[in-house]
Design a protein around this ligand. Structure first.
Ligand code: ADP
Ligand code: ZN
Ligand code: ZN
Length: 799
């Protein structure tokens, strides 16, 4: 007798030696198949695998027990010759008379529904299809990434038994009960039902639930099982100012956008920092909710603070607001997701992945993307979608307006508004009434450093220092930005004749020196920011034995210098450093902001975490230690990034009654990105930058997909990249004259974590041609995503 497991060829008498789980599953599968009939409903299932050969999914049959499973349900199906149980999604139910294209007897049965019971709405399935096609990621993998792990694992789900009265006529025929039990039934009739067993015991004077359970057994009471997700309360602290009188510009934007509720339309709100964009969002959210529809507001992860959420939820008094962000516990995330799926929330505020909120079909009425230029909207694992572009698509599917907002719009969105006219532009050119535009001064940092006598002082020049002193004396608060973590980013030999510099063993990159200030002894160590390898800081050069020196910038060094220059500031009390080393969780960050908001902390110093979205009225000075950290990167977006960062951080100043000021230290004070950001002149910057982009045929004038190949062997990596590039050129030659294949070339960081890296870039005049070329490559099996290949459509990272 053969073993029941198809994967197992052992002929046995008795028990097969195959693992028990396999045998059990195989038995279930056989059992399920045997219950199939000609009438069993057929479904298309997308399995959660990196396979692309059958891009739409595979056909399975639903056994009688599962016959009602809807589209969007997560299931387990047998896959391949081994019939390995594999998770997948029902993406389509075939019509009863539809020909599946394969003989019935070859169709296997769906094994089970996923224990979470999750079902995605049809609009999300449609959305996932687009993500899958556009971002070249198999549909099953895409769907897998849509469902939060907390939901899949049912974290926080509890099952409770509630009770209700049995129907009157049914009760009449039942055996007699005691007076006390009769009393309990009468009490129950007065309570909201179904009711918790414990609550009924309390209300009817029983000290235990046992007598009530006997009433369930006798049929007088009916038990109602109810599952719910229990999670801690989500704090929504925040200053909720009363609604101000809208300015004319705000009102015009609100009216124009509201007029589009009920149909797809794209809007760009271009408003300087502090111009009251959030106020515009709040008003259109109110209108959307009043029209009976639901809305979605995406904000960048780092500005998704209780402050933001509190301000919005506090103003939308008639709406139930759900939140989705990385600061939630798993149970909270599951709870918010279930709330949305059941239609229990009117508005969801969340980070990038909230674009996948399970809003019931037909009810999404508005999508807003705040700070749409933020690179944080791009997902950096498959599917590598861009939250803003995906938002536009989601709105298109839901037939509702999408609103992008920024003080420094991405050039993609700017071109869509002013050149292609696919979105409508709303300008908020002035700050909200009572708020002055901060005065921005650019300091030639090289010149300042030459003047300073004290050689130890290298990061905070005299202008910034004096201004900080004055601000602190006057009771104002200060934000200081340096977009680089650690202590110093170069470690080299002191002998000018020796060119030794410390690089990571596993990456082609330098290492960063960090100071560990815990404990009595200060210990310095070096860390690679790419593979996270660490070692102690070497004292002497391994090549010549001379001492080693560290130089360059880092937030820890600013911290040290602040302590020297401002002895009254106490680190951890009146001064806080905010970077991903000190703020390991969202809660740490939120706590730091809370203390800053209360005024306990006078100086907040850190990386880009503090550059965005913060709205603290007492910030009167913003200092940028070095505006140049991004300018020299090998990335065509370097100038755009620098412009955005400087404008955004300067925009944190002067959001209260007192005017604000920003001081930008730069080694390249004449770089247009810095000069124009200081002059608050986005439009001129955009115009100049777009001229370059047009001339070099770079995005947004062409689409760019970046394919990165990774392999531990340098030769293999190069060979595979060459073969892939050749295959892509062949596909392109077959009829895509608007697509250009560049490379392969060595990535700017040639090796990370011991893997060599080569890239191929596809430039395309049209988005649809790019999708077609990638689809052709996928159907040939050329783009199997994983450790060795990443496909990044509309890439914004160049390393
Ligand atoms: P943005 O999102 O454009 O940076 P905000 O919406 O945060 O700007 O507004 C900046 C500040 O101005 C907030 O404190 C807000 O309450 C206030 N504000 C916004 N609109 C008005 C208005 N029409 N009148 C008075 N104050 C306003
Ligand atoms: Zn490394
Ligand atoms: Zn040396």
């Amino acid at each position: 007798m053969p073993c029941t497991s198809p994967a197992c060829a052992i002929e046995v008498h008795g028990t097969c030696q195959a693992p028990f789980g396999d045998r059990l599953r195989a038995a279930v599968s056989l059992f399920a198949s045997s219950t199939l009939s000609e009438e069993s409903p057929l479904v298309v299932v997308a399995v959660e695998r990196a396979v692309d050969r059958s891009p739409d999914g595979l056909t399975y049959a639903l056994p009688p027990k599962l016959a009602q499973l809807p589209e969007g349900a997560r299931v387990e199906v047998p896959l391949g010759r081994g019939e390995t149980p594999t998770a997948g999604w029902i993406v389509r139910r075939l019509a009863a008379d539809e020909d599946p294209g394969i003989p019935r007897e070859k169709i296997k049965a769906v094994l089970a529904q996923d224990a979470s019971g999750a079902v995605l709405p049809g609009e999300l399935i449609q959305f996932a299809r687009w993500i899958s096609a556009y971002y070249a990621c198999p549909i099953g993998m895409t769907l897998a990434s849509i469902l939060p792990a907390a939901v899949r694992k049912s974290i926080g789900r509890v099952e409770r038994t509630l009770v209700d009265l049995a129907a009157e006529d049914a009760r009449a025929a039942l055996p007699k009960i005691t007076k006390r039990q009769q009393h309990a039934l009468e009490v129950l009739a007065t309570l909201p039902r179904p009711c918790e067993l414990g609550d009924l015991a309390d209300a009817s004077g029983y000290s235990s639930t046992e007598p009530l359970k006997r009433l369930i057994a006798s049929g007088h009471l009916v038990a109602v099982r109810k599952t719910s997700v229990e999670a801690g309360f989500i704090a929504r602290a925040g200053r909720v100012p009363p609604a101000p009188q809208a300015t004319a510009a705000q009102q015009a934007a609100v009216d124009a956008i509201s007029a589009d509720l009920g149909r797809f339309a794209q809007h760009l709100v271009f408003g300087v920092t502090g111009s009251g964009k959030t106020e515009v969002y709040i008003r259109i959210l109110e209108r959307c909710v009043a029209s009976g529809k639901r809305a979605m507001l995406l904000v960048p992860e780092i500005s998704l603070t209780p402050q933001t959420v509190g301000r919005i939820a506090g103003r939308l008094v008639h709406a139930k607001v759900a939140v989705l962000h990385s600061g939630l516990t798993d149970a909270q995330r599951n709870q918010q997701w279930q709330l949305l799926a059941e239609g229990g929330a009117d508005v969801v505020v969340g980070a990038r992945s909230a674009i996948f909120a399970p809003i019931p079909d037909g009810s999404l009425g508005l999508v807003i993307v705040d700070e749409e230029h933020e690179p944080g909207y791009k997902q950096d694992s498959a599917p590598r979608y861009h939250g803003r572009d995906a938002a536009i698509r989601r709105a298109q599917i839901a037939k509702c307006p999408v609103v992008l907002g920024s003080a420094t719009p991405s050039l993609e969105s700017w071109v869509n508004a002013v050149e292609r006219k696919v979105s409508r532009l709303h300008r908020l050119p002035e700050r909200a009434p009572g708020l002055a535009v901060p005065k921005v001064t650019v300091v030639d940092f090289a010149a300042e450093r030459r003047e300073v006598r004290d050689r130890r002082v290298t990061l905070i020049g005299p202008t910034l220092r004096a201004s900080m002193q004055r601000t602190l004396d006057e009771g104002g608060q200060v934000l200081l930005l340096l977009n680089r973590r650690g202590y110093a980013n170069y470690i080299a030999c002191t002998d000018p004749r020796c060119d030794w510099m410390l690089t990571c063993d596993a990456c082609d990159a330098g290492m960063v020196c960090h100071v560990d200030a815990t404990g009595a002894a200060r210990r310095s160590y070096v860390r690679c920011h790419h593979c996270l390898a660490e070692q102690l800081l070497p004292k002497t050069c391994p090549d010549c034995g001379k001492p080693v020196t560290v130089f360059g910038l880092g937030t820890q060094r600013v911290e040290e210098e602040l302590a020297r220059l401002f002895p009254s500031l106490v680190e951890g009390e009146t001064m806080l450093r905010v970077d991903s080393d000190t703020m390991q969780t969202a809660a740490h960050f939120h706590h730091a902001l809370e203390r800053f908001g209360k005024g306990e902390v006078k100086v907040l110093m850190g990386t880009q975490m503090i550059a965005k979205g913060l709205d603290f009225p007492n910030v009167r000075l913003v200092g940028v230690i070095s505006a140049d950290t991004a300018l020299s990167l090998p990335d065509f977006r370097a100038a755009e990034r620098t412009f955005q960062l400087v404008s955004q951080v300067a925009g944190r100043a002067g959001r209260g009654e007192k005017p604000g000021r920003a001081i930008i230290q730069s080694f390249e004070p004449d770089a247009p990105a810095i000069r124009l950001a200081a002059a608050h002149d986005y439009e001129r910057f955009a115009t100049q930058e777009l001229e370059d982009r047009r001339q070099f045929r770079l995005p947004p004038y062409r689409r760019l997909a970046r394919l990165v190949l990774r392999h531990p062997g340098e030769t293999e990596c190069a060979e595979r990249a060459a073969a892939l590039a050749e295959a892509l050129r062949r596909i392109v030659a077959g009829g895509f004259s608007g697509v250009e294949v560049q490379g392969p070339s060595i990535c700017p960081i040639a090796r990370i974590s011991g893997k060599y890296r080569r890239q191929i870039e596809l430039f395309s005049e049209s988005a649809s041609d790019l999708t077609k070329v990638l689809a052709a490559a996928r159907s040939e099996g050329l783009l199997k995503l994983g450790e060795e290949l990443a496909v990044d459509v509309d890439a914004i990272s160049a390393v």
